[in-house]
Design a protein around this ligand. Structure first.
Ligand code: ADP
Ligand code: MG
Length: 233
């Protein structure tokens, strides 16, 4: 299997008064390129902590985080920042778009930080906005876009690098059902087209059938991955 994301014996502890709280308790998770995982579980069970560690935003207390074959634990902070920029797409509930920039500029500026020529970045950004159905809205600023459209910009922006993994935290929490379903279908499409490994935290189990595998979290423990529908041989 072409492993895109590999978490090996990952533990994350936070100080909690006189003792410690295990946000992640010896988590193992291996995802192939093109695999789409739903991560479910009650509030406080460690879902966002798992994404933060996989995103290399938080260093685990113990264990390995391997992204596209690269062991993030062995990298300097600068190297981790590059790895995140180039190989990791992060899509959280609030798109955090810059209010003064157009949809196109939100994407271009992200690539500009990677030192790519502006013309190349503009081409790629325009193509990605087309892909997410926002071609005609490329010149609009966040306040001129709907919540669903802002989330689409967020998804397009996460694809500006060459991500091996997409880490998605409750992408539909602020959207109605139809818009939510459209967003999850779009995540399915980009997972297939770009061959990324996608982890989507969701509280809405109705969307699980659009993904390949599902796993539950409870008290920092990750359950075994279950296939959503058995492959038809
Ligand atoms: P979920 O996303 O499933 O709701 P989280 O990963 O946010 O869960 O949190 C898991 C546990 O870790 C919770 O008990 C939470 O309070 C704790 N936690 C999360 N972030 C921090 C932090 N920065 N400092 C201390 N405790 C934290
Ligand atoms: Mg959370």
């Amino acid at each position: 299997m072409n492993t895109a994301l590999n978490l090996v014996n990952v533990t994350l502890e936070y100080p909690d008064g006189d003792s410690t709280l295990k946000a992640l308790d010896n988590v193992n998770l291996k995802l192939a390129a093109g695999e789409f995982l739903s991560l479910v579980g009650p509030s406080g069970s460690g879902k966002s902590s798992l994404l933060a560690v996989a995103a290399t935003l938080v260093r685990p207390t113990a264990g390995l985080v391997v992204i596209g074959g690269i062991d993030a634990g062995g990298l300097s902070e600068a190297e981790r920042t590059s790895l995140r920029r180039d190989r990791i797409g992060i899509i959280f509930q609030q798109p955090n778009l810059l209010p003064s920039l157009t949809a196109l500029e939100q994407l271009v500026i992200r690539d500009h930080l990677r030192g790519k020529p502006a013309r190349e970045a503009t081409h790629r950004a325009a193509a990605l906005l087309d892909l997410v159905g926002l071609g005609p809205a490329a010149g609009k600023r966040p306040h001129q876009l709907s919540g669903g459209q802002r989330q689409r910009v967020n998804i397009a922006r996460a694809l500006m690098g060459d991500p091996a993994v997409l880490l998605v935290d409750e992408p539909t929490a602020a959207l109605d059902h139809d818009r939510s379903e459209a967003i999850v279908r779009l995540l399915r499409q980009v997972t297939d087209e770009f061959g990324v490994a996608t982890v989507m935290v969701t509280h809405d189990t109705g969307f699980v059938p659009l993904t390949d595998t599902v796993a539950g979290m409870r008290d920092g423990l990750l359950s075994a991955l279950q296939p959503v529908s058995p492959a038809l041989a």
